[in-house]
Design a protein. Structure first.
Length: 143
């Protein structure tokens, strides 16, 4: 994990495996038994998010809990995203600023650009007032 990573996501997807497949995911601090996150749902759709993770190595284990019906083996793809604090300049938000009221909804429009097809993308919007972050929204896009 590079220094300065603000958000990390590790995930598997139902769409990548045979129907009925169930996996579990465990993320440990590298070379230790310190579990930093896990996802053990009843499908292959698993996700572990780390906010502000410490720099260093991490070990990610994906455990095959159950094969899909009729399957004798299954390749599992672990997907990961590491976000820094700088904008990648491929997501535009409008309006960029707006007044809001606590407890009320506010709308923004997001537009992705210059992204090659056939991949999954992740972005994290941070909302702040007076330069102090107070909320986040994580966006995913599958092309």
């Amino acid at each position: 994990m590079p220094a300065g990573t603000s958000f990390a996501r590790f995930a598997t997807f139902d769409a990548d495996v045979a129907a009925g497949t169930d996996v579990d995911m465990f993320v440990y601090k590298g070379g230790t038994t310190t579990l930093v996150g896990s996802s053990t749902g009843g499908t292959a759709q698993e996700q572990v998010d780390l906010v502000g993770p410490a720099a260093g190595t991490y070990d990610i284990y994906v455990d095959m809990f159950a094969l899909g019906s009729g399957a004798t083996e299954q390749v599992i793809t672990e997907n990961d995203w590491l976000l820094g604090s700088a904008a990648a300049n491929n997501l535009t938000i409008a309006p960029a600023t707006q007044p809001v009221t606590n407890g009320k909804s506010a709308s923004v429009r997001t537009t992705w650009s210059a992204l090659p097809a056939g991949a999954r993308y992740l972005a994290r919007l941070t909302y702040s007032g007076n330069a102090t972050p107070y909320a986040n929204t994580t966006l995913t896009l599958n092309l």
